[in-house]
Design a protein around this ligand. Structure first.
Ligand SMILES: NC(=O)c1ccc[n+]([C@@H]2O[C@H](COP(=O)([O-])OP(=O)(O)OC[C@H]3O[C@@H](n4cnc5c(N)ncnc54)[C@H](O)[C@@H]3O)[C@@H](O)[C@H]2O)c1
Length: 319
């Protein structure tokens, strides 16, 4: 059991990460500007309400918590949800404040959330990758302040790993479009629509190249990463996604409709193959996502949602 401080622990992803790490036997300290109502806080989790950008706050909280590991999630998590300069300044300053404070105090393991958007898909001036599936070797080409801030968060991890050598272990991870447990039940996703609507209309999932991940699988990933960080190379970045695509048709068919010029590139994305490879996390950590929309949505689909998904082209395939 470790003491783990999670920043952004009240957020969409943070709530599942806090719960998952606590369930895995860790002592979790959740730090966020916003508090989770006490009755919804998992047993044993300590909650601290603070603005991590206030001078000295990150250092104070970490000094008091004396964690074995920090998982940094706090950020403005949606591109263009605030002015570009605000997103850039908030996210880069948060990442630097938390990672540098953890380093100063000698916290042994430091992990930060990045984003697949660092790759640059959705760029209005056009974007095509060198190949599919996308993986950690695909060159980042951020085109907005959110993606750039996440690219800098990854570079912040690399910088501290370079400076510290093996003394402190660092990693970054790129969670795909996060789906929290309540969203399987019909709550609106980060983009304001439901999952059934997202599946029924490929145009809604296409901007993220049909990626997604269950928030509880991210918690499992983090538990495994923290346990294995001592035995993998320092400063690594990982994609964390589902093993399939959030689509009812193969991406070899769908991708060219939304990503002009990708016919040949995406021709290998047959069956349920996602556009983002999770092979690195599988190979280095032995991580495997346990949930898929095919398993999670099935039990909660109401008649209306079933009709929507079926109208969207299927929903009956097996993984
Ligand atoms: N949700 C996704 O699909 C997704 C995908 C890729 C990456 N990410 C990244 O994962 C992380 C978590 O995302 P999320 O969806 O849970 O976002 P979220 O907005 O639900 O949660 C972020 C949390 O950070 C907190 N926070 C922001 N500024 C703070 C500050 N100054 N001090 C203290 N707390 C502060 C907020 O109060 C919020 O609870 C983010 O770094 C995000 O960029 C999310």
């Amino acid at each position: 059991m470790s003491r783990i401080l999670v920043t952004g622990g009240s957020g969409r992803l943070g709530r599942s990460v806090v719960a998952g790490l606590a369930q895995a036997g860790h002592h979790v300290i959740s730090v966020d500007r916003d508090a989770v109502p006490a009755e919804l806080l998992p047993a044993g989790v300590v909650q601290e309400t603070a603005d991590l950008l206030a001078p000295g706050e990150a250092l104070r909280l970490l000094r008091e918590a004396t964690p074995d590991a920090v998982v940094h999630l706090a950020a403005i998590a949606v591109p263009f949800s605030a002015p570009e300069d605000v997103i850039f300044a908030t996210n880069t300053r948060l990442a630097f404040a938390v990672i540098s404070a953890a380093t100063e105090l000698g916290v042994p393991k430091v992990v930060t959330a990045s984003s697949p958007t660092v790759l640059g898909y959705g760029c209005p001036a056009g974007w095509l990758p060198p190949s599919f599936p996308l993986d950690e070797r695909t060159p980042p080409k951020p085109w907005n302040a959110y993606a750039l801030s996440k690219h800098i968060a990854e570079q912040t991890v690399e910088m501290f790993a370079a400076a510290q050598g093996e003394k402190i272990r660092y990693a970054a991870f790129r969670p795909c479009f996060v789906i929290s447990p309540e969203e399987w039940e019909g709550a609106p996703t980060q983009q304001g629509h439901t999952l059934a609507e997202r599946l029924a209309d490929p145009a809604l999932s296409a901007p993220a190249l049909f990626n997604y991940v269950d928030a509880r699988d991210v918690a499992d990933f983090l538990d495994l990463l923290l346990r294995k960080m001592d035995s993998i190379p320092n400063g690594e970045t990982f994609f964390v996604g589902a093993a399939d695509a959030l689509a009812t048709a193969p991406l070899a068919e769908l991708m060219p409709k939304f990503l002009p010029g990708s016919e040949a590139l995406s021709s290998g994305l047959t069956g349920t193959s996602p556009a983002f490879s999770i092979a690195k996390a599988q190979a280095l950590l032995g991580w495997q996502p346990k949930r898929s929309w095919r398993t999670e949505l099935k039990s909660t689909l109401n008649d209306e949602a079933t009709a929507l998904v079926t109208a969207g082209g299927g929903g009956k395939e097996t993984p």
